[in-house]
Design a protein around this ligand. Structure first.
Ligand code: ZN
Length: 320
């Protein structure tokens, strides 16, 4: 037979690396996963926790954390763990070096810094400055939308040209940067390794009534409506920071608004509206007058509600 049958070395593609690297084996060097009903469950490698809320799904070959909302596929995971670009992640996975040659272990996360981390501020400033062309906005119409770019910028969103993703700063109650969320146009997101979960706080004057949203895009939607809002990366986390922030700024009333989706709780196996459950916990500890926003079931979140053409007045009627 002729030499034409000899395969040329092929460039790895997203599909080829996904086929040869099952999600469970990629994640396993970083956390012990136990097989549950239809998925694998373990302690989240992205945030500190004592009860497991990190799930890896064999059907979709994706992961999702109920604690910090980290989600994605094997490529997102490798990027989150190593800081690799998309292309570098493909090569790491293609070379099967994952978990062998590449041993960047996730150490136990240190306590969030009490003082501002100059390094993070500088790192962020660099990304933000180089983002001045706002090239990333071309992705926004399809992948984000539902809010103004002004609001998105007020949250500090910067587009990273090298990583092809949005970088959003996480801030503590004193507004200091303590971490970064990387958010890709396809919706995948993660907290940059060795940085901390925190709040999305807009650079606009604080108002007496503060909305607390789940996620950056809902926060941006509320800001676009002229409301004052801060965001948590997920329903479960950062409640203490919200309380601290509210007291530091003499907030008089808080409206808690979370995603509407019911998800199976990996511990109880029941479908739960985890948003409402955790909102009630937050509500009980604030010590400031507060209310919940209850979206009609057909709307996943605030952004979906507003994108469907509803107004701020219609949204405000949902406060209970
Ligand atoms: Zn997590």
């Amino acid at each position: 037979m002729s030499s034409t049958l000899i395969k040329k070395s092929e460039q790895p593609t997203a599909q080829s690396v996904k086929e040869k690297n099952p999600i469970v084996s990629v994640v396993s060097p970083y956390t012990k996963l136990l097989k549950e009903h239809g998925y694998w469950l373990g302690l989240c490698p992205f945030h500190e926790e004592s009860d497991p809320s990190f799930c890896a799904y064999e059907d979709s070959q994706r992961y999702f954390c109920f604690g910090c909302s980290a989600k994605g596929d094997v490529i997102t995971f490798v990027r989150a763990m190593t800081g690799a670009t998309f292309g570098e992640a493909l090569e790491i996975l293609d070379g099967n070096s994952w978990g062998h040659g590449v041993t960047i272990a996730v150490a136990k996360l240190p306590e969030p810094p009490k003082r501002v981390s100059e390094k993070l501020e500088l790192q962020y400033q660099k990304i933000f400055d180089s983002s001045s062309k706002w090239e990333g906005y071309k992705y926004s119409a399809e992948s984000i939308g539902g809010f103004s770019f002004e609001a998105w910028k007020n949250l500090g969103a910067a587009w990273s040209d090298s990583r092809k993703c949005w970088v959003l700063p996480f801030r503590n109650a004193a507004c200091e940067i303590i971490g970064f969320q990387y958010r890709f146009p396809d919706g995948d997101k993660y907290t940059l390794k060795k940085t901390h979960l925190g709040l999305f706080i807009p650079r606009v004057p604080v108002q007496k009534i503060m909305w607390v949203a789940e996620g950056a895009s809902d926060t941006a939607t509320l800001l676009t409506l002229g409301l004052y809002a801060i965001g948590k990366p997920s329903v479960k986390c950062c409640n203490d920071m919200v309380v601290e922030f509210a007291h530091a700024h003499n907030i008089e009333r808080i409206i808690i608004c979370v995603d509407n989706d019911a998800k199976e709780n990996p511990r109880t196996k029941k479908m739960e509206r985890i948003g409402l459950e955790y909102s009630e916990k937050l509500s009980a500890k604030i010590g400031i007058e507060n209310s919940l926003l209850r979206l009609p079931e057909e709307f996943k979140d605030v952004r979906a509600f507003i994108r469907s053409g509803k107004t701020r007045a219609e949204l405000e009627k949902l406060i209970v």
